[in-house]
Design a protein around this ligand. Structure first.
Ligand SMILES: [Zn+2]
Length: 730
């Protein structure tokens, strides 16, 4: 047992700033090996049977049958089909439990009505009798098969955990709202509508983003196909509240909404269907890859009984809360064998208690103070040649200072490996989750990672080519150490929702990551900037299901199905936007490093690049392309409405860049007034976007992230509103 009162030469007590690890060279970058091929799992077999007439001359010819105790995925599938067919044809097909259907001669009778065809959804007795099942498919997979006058839709489903009111419960131990479930049957319904009826979910239906081709007759040709997702975890965090449950961005939203004099409950109401698009795109997760910062309770629990578990600080103690350290962000003495045994025992106990649990997080906490352990035993693992990092220490004088050190990855990988070595003996098929992030994001130089540890890699940016290249190389190196990787980018948060297209780069990265070992994704976060970013979201979601798909084909399909006659102009519009996005990414360097823009210098860096690149002339060019598109779509109201939806992105970009240009203009006597006027004008646009174009553009990132910039000018949105009201005599 370690002790705080050791003799002088105890290396555990020997605090220092010199890395003492092996002097190993930095390995040359090598391309990551291909671990899984880019190959679709969609299987189309030759289909028998006749064509099924669902609707003829605005009369229903088919009935939808569910098993008697249908699960939520089957019920949702039936409703999705009923809704889409009604939107397309104006006819609502009835949904009934299968025991209410009688087969008389060759028709199906329910409620005294007879129908020629039947859609059997889920594991009905009929499907069993016909030998149609999804048993051979993985979670979330589905099968569509016609036989005689029946379409069978079956899928691999897993019900979400629910509370007493039937609301899904978020994953255990996760700080984000993520419901563990599988919806193969529901996925099959969306696939049928997309592949056979031309329906699309380009953006949320409430904002006109769903394509339902109009037709008086609905017919389904014989079909026999199955499909499965490439990965069990296809997760994009939903920034908005979903199903009445507070989602990821709550703190930011509650800070920003008072600036518009809007309440958080107004957001709960507006966003109540914000999860629907995610369902339509077959996103979700059927496995729990636990990789949270996992030692937040340790100080409270073991601070007194096991001080030796904790990182040695510069003041010679292991006290994690002295000098303003945060009790839930403690760091550990990760070479302490007792600690390693303790964490391994915790993992084993968890796996013993819950056989369904697939993984347990052993990832360190984030945060830069209290400091990481700088005892001699830990430092013996840190190679002096490692990438530079910095973090904070507080010495005996109580003063904080930032120190330069080397990457801590090797010591952490050693820690993971030692825990994994113990756990694997009891639970050989379970996984341990760890982050590649912060001071331990660079790949290790010499330490070897156990095969039962998966790494969640935080990286990738689409507004900074240099960073993207660096991150891709790190990914490749990690891919050579870790069997399994999760991709956890902050990339969708970049540049505050300014209109941008990075679908090709994103597509390349997803394909590459998948081939080199990606087992799941967790993107932070889809911020609902649909007018400005919707194409990226769409391509991303499609590729997470099947990364073998061609990005150009997906973009062309998005434009053709969504914009009809205006497609050529819209394709030019996206192409010009992609050029602008690339220009920003090319010129961004150190000044605009953090794509998630937590660093205020980075916020200014990115914004100044945007102001320089998205000039009034470029924005006019973009608007001209949309004007052309509006003319071309004049006779197609749905397409026209979608072009007008995209226009909201340009409107936002004009307001945002006008304020940025005022801010970055050289000093002058008029500057302050110009900045304040631009901020007022932007606030008016943002308020209108929130009230009247909710899904076109999210207002939260610019108002939250740029707060320190407008505070420089003493701009207080609440006071400005008040002043305007007084000026207007209200
Ligand atoms: Zn140590």
């Amino acid at each position: 047992m370690g002790t705080l009162f050791a003799e002088q030469n105890d290396p555990r007590q020997n605090w220092g700033l010199t890395p003492l690890g092996p002097d190993v060279p930095k390995p040359q970058w090598k391309p990551a090996p291909i671990k899984q091929p880019l190959k679709t799992r969609l299987k189309s077999l030759s289909a028998s049977g006749e064509s099924l007439l669902l609707v003829k001359d605005q009369k229903p010819c088919a009935i939808v049958a569910l098993p008697q105790n249908a699960n939520s995925s089957s019920r949702a599938a039936a409703e999705v089909l009923q809704h889409a067919f009604a939107k397309m044809s104006g006819v609502t097909l009835p949904i009934v439990a299968e025991d209410k259907v009688q087969v008389q001669k060759s028709t199906f009778v329910a409620d005294g009505q007879s129908y020629e065809y039947l859609l059997s959804i889920g594991n009905t007795q009929l499907a069993k009798a016909a030998g149609v099942s999804a048993d051979d498919l993985i979670m979330d997979g589905y099968r569509l098969q016609t036989k005689g006058k029946v379409l069978f839709l079956v899928g691999q489903d897993k019900e979400p955990f629910s509370d007493a009111a039937g609301r899904p419960l978020p994953e255990s131990g996760s700080t984000i709202t993520r419901f563990l479930q599988a919806n193969g049957t529901r996925n099959g319904a969306y696939a049928l509508l997309e592949r056979r009826f031309g329906c699309r979910w380009l953006w949320p239906e409430e904002a006109g983003g769903t394509v339902f081709p109009k037709t008086a007759t609905l017919m389904l040709k014989p079909i026999h196909e199955s499909d499965e997702p490439a990965m069990a975890q296809r997760f994009l965090r939903n920034y908005y509240p979903e199903k009445g449950i507070n989602a990821y961005g709550r703190r930011q939203q509650q800070t920003v909404l008072p600036m518009l004099h809007r309440s958080y409950s107004s957001l709960l109401q507006k966003a109540k269907n914000s999860g629907a698009w995610f369902e339509a795109m077959k996103l979700g997760t059927s496995v729990e890859y636990n990789v949270g910062h996992s030692y937040s309770g340790y100080w409270k629990q073991y601070g007194e009984t096991h001080p030796e578990y904790f990182a040695l600080q510069a003041d010679g103690t292991r006290n994690q809360t002295a000098h303003g350290g945060s009790a839930d962000r403690v760091h550990l003495d990760v070479t302490n064998p007792d600690l390693i045994a303790h964490v391994a025992a915790e993992a084993i106990a968890k796996f013993d208690a819950d056989p369904t649990l697939t993984s347990f997080s052993i990832a360190p906490n984030d945060g830069s103070y209290p400091s990481f352990c700088l005892c001699e035993v830990c430092r013996r693992l840190d190679p002096p040649n490692g990438d530079p990092v910095s973090f904070s220490i507080v010495g005996k004088d109580g003063k904080a200072k930032r120190i330069d050190y080397v990457s801590l990855t090797d010591r952490y990988v050693t820690f993971y490996d030692k825990i994994a070595d113990i756990v694997v003996k009891k639970h050989p098929d379970k996984l341990l989750g760890a982050y590649a992030y912060s001071t331990y994001s660079s790949p290790p130089l010499y330490a070897k990672l156990a095969p039962n540890v998966f790494i969640s890699y935080v990286g990738l940016s689409y507004f900074n080519d240099e960073q993207r290249q660096h991150d891709l190389e790190s990914w490749d190196a990690w891919s050579q150490m870790a069997d399994k990787l999760q991709l956890r980018p902050n990339a969708l948060l970049g540049a505050y929702g300014i209109p941008a297209v990075f679908a090709h780069k994103l597509g390349d990265d997803i394909k590459h990551a998948y081939q080199t070992g990606m087992i799941g994704s967790d993107f932070d976060s889809l911020t609902h900037d649909w007018a400005s970013r919707g194409l990226n979201y769409y391509v991303l979601a499609k590729l997470l299901w099947d990364p073998s798909q061609d990005v150009d084909a997906l973009i062309a399909d998005y434009c053709n199905t969504g914009f009809g006659p205006a497609s050529p102009s819209i394709q030019k519009y996206f192409s010009l936007l992609e050029t602008l996005t690339d220009e920003v990414a090319k010129s961004a360097g150190e000044n605009a490093r953090d794509e998630d823009a937590i660093n205020p210098n980075s916020v200014r860096g990115v914004l100044s690049l945007i102001a320089k690149t998205y000039t009034p002339e470029k924005l006019t060019q973009l608007q001209t392309l949309l004007d052309d598109a509006k003319k071309q779509a004049a006779d197609n109201p749905a397409a026209l409405r979608r072009v007008q939806f995209l226009e909201q992105g340009i409107r936002y970009a004009n307001a945002e860049t006008a304020w940025a240009r005022a801010y970055f203009a050289p000093s002058s006597p008029e500057k302050k007034q110009r900045v304040l006027d631009a901020l007022d004008a932007r606030l008016a646009v943002l308020t209108d976007l929130y009230d009247n174009h909710f899904y076109a553009q999210s207002i939260f990132m610019p108002l939250y992230r740029e707060a320190s910039m407008f505070k420089e000018y003493g701009w207080d949105p609440n006071k400005r509103n008040e002043q305007r009201r007084v000026a207007a005599g209200l």
